[in-house]
Design a protein around this ligand. Structure first.
Ligand SMILES: *[C@@H]1O[C@H](CO)[C@@H](O)[C@H](O)[C@H]1NC(C)=O
Ligand SMILES: *[C@@H]1O[C@H](CO)[C@@H](O)[C@H](O)[C@H]1NC(C)=O
Ligand SMILES: *[C@@H]1O[C@H](CO)[C@@H](O)[C@H](O)[C@H]1NC(C)=O
Ligand SMILES: *[C@@H]1O[C@H](CO)[C@@H](O)[C@H](O)[C@H]1NC(C)=O
Length: 299
């Protein structure tokens, strides 16, 4: 008997999202090429989390990511690991090295810094930096800021075919190294003109194993996104059939309900004074009553 009731309960529970979830199509969800854009991201202003506003743009099915250091292609948004994979057209890799200081590097606006940071095991390899670079100031003999990150670094990067084209690396002990690998954490902003570098490469490793060599590394910038604290209000908004957005003028989170905006969720109703109170009868409440009735009939 209990088993039957449980089965019924789970059947009804699984019907709730099917019956009511499809009534609203999320006006904030979007697609760009084969990438799904969902909370906390959005293409539309007023949608998504305000920390990610004016960040993504879709152009001819190519998703672009725009921050103060420049524009990048978004190759992937990994919602499970809360990470984005970015590509900069002037990013060096194992086959080619781009010099001339045209690369974006990586730098976000100060207000956005809590929300976006390259992952700790992403290595930035700065190429052709001048001896006067701030990178080497204060560390004249040891080049302290240069270090391997998660087993990836310049020593191994030099084995890439790209280095055969660029030419012999200066291994002299006097000058600065031709390439200096570092984490984002160590220098905070990768600004090629400020660091007086000619180019850069960036790599990360998603494999659980240590990779054989630089030809196996993934080249790109892997960025972790963070919602800063709990996201319960958005979950409550979505559970009530709303979409999470923000007030464009006040830059405060709001729940976008069908035809109106709530500061909490769509189950609250507006009174004439404009204040919201919780509705006594919500749709899931009807199901609970129905299930209680079924249980009463069956027992
Ligand atoms: C709700 O908020 C969004 C985003 O700020 C805005 O575009 C929309 O016009 C608002 N809708 C209403 C009914 O106020
Ligand atoms: C999107 O498509 C491209 C090529 O068509 C593929 O390389 C890439 O992995 C796809 N991305 C996702 C997130 O499916
Ligand atoms: C980085 O790793 C390589 C190879 O494992 C090693 O030869 C080199 O000394 C390391 N460099 C630093 C700065 O730790
Ligand atoms: C990078 O550094 C240069 C030189 O210091 C500066 O003019 C530029 O504004 C910096 N870039 C960003 C995005 O802050």
């Amino acid at each position: 008997m209990t088993l039957l009731l449980l089965t019924l309960y789970f059947i009804f529970q699984s019907f709730i999202p099917i019956v009511f979830g499809n009534v609203h199509t999320n006006p904030c969800r979007a697609y760009c090429g084969n990438i799904t854009i969902d909370y906390p991201f959005a293409l539309q202003s007023g949608c998504g989390h305000p920390g990610f506003r004016e960040l993504l743009f879709c152009m001819n099915d190519i998703l672009m990511f725009h921050i103060s250091s420049g524009s990048y292609w978004v190759l992937d948004i990994d919602y499970a690991y809360q990470a984005l994979t970015l590509h900069d057209p002037h990013l060096s890799n194992c086959e080619s090295i781009f010099l001339g200081g045209k690369g974006n590097g990586f730098m976000v606006e100060q207000w956005r810094a809590p929300y976006l940071n390259p992952v700790p095991d992403n290595v930035f390899m700065l190429i052709g930096c001048s001896a006067q670079s701030p990178l080497f100031q204060g560390f004249p003999s040891q080049h302290l800021p240069c270090h391997n990150v998660s087993g990836m670094g310049c020593e191994e990067y030099y084995n890439c075919p790209a280095w055969n084209i660029v030419g012999p690396k200066s291994l002299g002990l006097s000058g600065p190294p031709e390439c200096c690998s570092t984490s984002y954490e160590a220098i905070k902003s990768i600004n090629l003109s400020k660091l007086e570098c000619e180019g850069y490469a960036s790599a990360y490793n998603l494999a659980p194993l240590r990779l054989e060599g630089p030809h196996e590394w993934s080249y790109g910038i892997r960025v972790k996104y963070s919602l800063q604290g709990d996201d319960a209000s958005c979950r409550a908004c979505e559970a009530s059939g709303g979409s999470c957005g923000y007030d464009i003028d006040e830059v405060k989170p709001v729940c976008l309900c069908n035809g109106w905006n709530s500061t909490s969720n769509c189950d609250s109703v507006r009174s004439s004074s404009g204040r919201e109170t919780s509705a006594a009868f919500t749709l899931p409440g009807i199901w609970v009553s129905f299930i209680t009735w079924v249980i009463t009939i069956l027992s």
